[in-house]
Design a protein around this ligand. Structure first.
Ligand code: NAG
Ligand code: NAG
Length: 358
């Protein structure tokens, strides 16, 4: 009797200990406490209709709240614009670098926090499982995420690319104009900044999309996901995840950006893609890929970072690689962090998990 009580107490104590202590960090840094009540980041297609409505309402709430940091981001008029603006300001430092996916992880965390604390959203940031949408065989225009009532609205009407306007060529583009339906039409919402990489210039304009079914069907497939998650170390993983600004290899990052907004859509603009609220759900699915990859061997992969500090500097000709102590920031939105502080989504201060992914 006493024995069995003792052993169940020990079992309980052990499970409490294993809950409380995250995977140890070999470099000796304190990994911090494991958080107790992670928010759930759910698959968009599994949200109820009323949850979908509350989410897009929360985004519109952020877009209607006045900016707090005009001194730092002069072109931003809303809280929503401030996130967009920080991505514009840092656009030349956070892509094709070792910290690409980690910076974006931090960015989403701050956005999620704003939706929850300032706009009443109750869950984690939803993610967009594009592979399931492609695999459904349904036409892109009919995907639930693009629904005009319970989604993000759909494609823009067809627009020729104005003569002399240089754009990244996107095969199979079908739109390019202002999104005519859904919660983010000009009746309720404007993209506040861009085009161009200057967050000092306010330029409210309509949200534009330019669907390419060809791009999504080619890129956003299980085979690409598996190839990304199958990489053996962080450097290879991060580089394969981000892929290249070309169609030379199947690309889940670019597939989402250019499939929704390549050429004339906001999603295809390297600096201004967060002008489209769908950006955050796309990137959340990429963050989910990152966690999938980490989970395959947490002991090793939780603390593995590398890759260039400078854009495209994969041969380290301009500088070195990022390390665990490399610092990133979100301008005025949130403090400076070392990369190692952002690697474990279960720790306090991060504290989220993916539905269907544990
Ligand atoms: C951004 O635009 C403002 C206003 O036109 C200009 O003063 C500033 O120099 C520009 N900044 C950059 C980085 O181009
Ligand atoms: C930088 O990171 C890349 C990608 O992981 C790796 O292949 C390379 O060896 C690293 N370079 C140095 C100098 O550590």
């Amino acid at each position: 009797m006493l024995g069995s009580k003792l052993s169940s107490f020990l079992l309980l104590a052990l499970s409490v200990v294993s809950l409380a202590s995250p995977t140890p960090d070999p470099s000796g840094r304190s990994a911090g406490k494991r958080c107790e009540d992670p928010v759930e980041r759910k698959n968009w297609n599994k949200l109820s209709k009323s949850e979908r409505k509350s989410f897009t309402k929360a985004v519109l709430c952020l877009a209607n709240k006045p900016a707090k940091y005009r001194k730092h981001i002069p072109g931003a008029t809303s809280r929503y614009d401030e996130f967009h603006g920080v991505h514009v300001q840092q656009g030349g430092e956070i892509h094709f670098v070792g910290h690409f996916i980690i910076w974006h992880r931090y960015f989403l965390l701050a956005y999620e926090k704003a939706l929850r604390e300032e706009c009443g959203w109750k869950q984690g940031l939803p993610y967009w499982d594009w592979i399931a949408d492609v695999a459904s065989g349904d036409k892109m225009d009919d995907w639930e995420i693009f629904d005009s009532e319970y989604g993000f609205g759909g494609n823009g009407p067809w627009m020729e690319i104005p003569e002399g306007q240089e754009v990244f060529p996107v095969p199979g583009r079908t739109g390019g104009g202002c999104v005519p339906d859904g919660p983010f039409t000009t009746k309720n919402f404007h993209v506040g900044l861009g085009p161009g990489a200057n967050a000092s210039v306010s330029n409210p304009h309509c949200l534009r999309r330019d669907f390419s079914p060809e791009i999504v069907e080619y890129n956003l497939v299980q085979e690409t996901w598996d190839e990304v998650v199958g990489q053996s170390d962080y450097g290879r993983f991060a580089k394969r995840l981000e892929a290249e600004p070309s169609w030379g290899m199947k690309n889940i990052h670019g597939g989402g950006h250019f499939g929704v907004g390549g050429s004339l859509g906001d999603m295809g603009d390297a600096y201004n893609s967060p002008g489209d609220p769908l950006f955050y759900l796309h990137h959340n699915n990429l963050d989910r890929v990152y966690w999938e990859w980490q989970k395959k061997d947490l002991k090793k992969r939780l603390w593995d970072v590398s890759g260039p500090i400078h854009m495209f500097d994969y041969a380290n000709q301009k500088g070195g690689n990022v390390t665990l102590d490399f610092e990133i920031n979100l301008g005025p939105l949130s403090g400076t962090r070392k990369l190692w502080e952002l690697l474990d989504i279960r720790r306090e201060g991060m504290c989220y998990e993916f539905e269907d992914s544990d």
